[in-house]
Write a protein that binds this ligand. Sequence first.
Ligand SMILES: NC(=O)c1ccc[n+]([C@@H]2O[C@H](COP(=O)([O-])OP(=O)(O)OC[C@H]3O[C@@H](n4cnc5c(N)ncnc54)[C@H](OP(=O)(O)O)[C@@H]3O)[C@@H](O)[C@H]2O)c1
Length: 216
Amino acid sequence: MARPSITLKLATTLDGKIATAGGVSRWITGEAARSVVHELRGAHDAVLVGIETAIADDPELTVRLPNYEGYQPTRVVLDSRGRLPLNSKLAQTARIIPTWVVTTVDLPGEMLAAQVKAIKVPSRHQRVDLVAALDALSKAGIESLFVEGGGVIATAFLQAGLVDRLEWFRAPTIMGGDGRPVIGHLNVTDLGQMYRFDRLAVQTVGDDLWESYELS
Ligand SMILES: NC(=O)c1ccc[n+]([C@@H]2O[C@H](COP(=O)([O-])OP(=O)(O)OC[C@H]3O[C@@H](n4cnc5c(N)ncnc54)[C@H](OP(=O)(O)O)[C@@H]3O)[C@@H](O)[C@H]2O)c1
């Protein structure tokens, strides 16, 4: 079965930072860019984040736009060790909007009682095996996936060759070397090893720039 098509969304400063060293990222980009992100969420079957983002930001990952009453994508958290807090917004709203935790362990009964769906997959290097995760998502009917970070997840998807499209929002700010980089080490030692994308569109949204790319 084909894996879902994967769009990686990133919101960074000009110097490619996604959060302060302490993990504060709200808000790197402005309201107009965030509205576009909500529209993009609504155009995908599922939205995915890493567990550190789920813990740090306690996001809802819903489509929240004026007068929007449409479809809400499934929320997916990659959480190898089952650390998603029961009192997180994601778990607390799982009865209303599908919330799936892709994990390598058994989730506590309270999570399942809150109607969080556990998708247990094998581990690879002590973490959720991405290929197995995508296979499970595909079998569960997810054809398009909107990956919203954070940096560790973005790096893992890139490194595994699992990014088809980039939606990159860039604020006119510079944070400096103290900030958290959007992409971690990719073991690039030669320019030919860089990951290359074709730019599809560039537009301004409020004070920010929105760039769309597809893998070359
Ligand atoms: N500006 C933006 O666009 C943006 C977007 C999102 C988040 N953020 C910020 O980014 C920060 C969090 O990002 P982060 O990079 O620290 O963490 P993250 O990418 O949100 O989550 C990383 C965690 O995901 C889990 N994971 C499960 N399977 C994995 C796999 N196959 N490969 C890699 N990780 C896997 C790992 O924890 P386990 O081993 O426990 O599973 C890993 O530590 C927060 O400060 C948040 O505010 C910014």
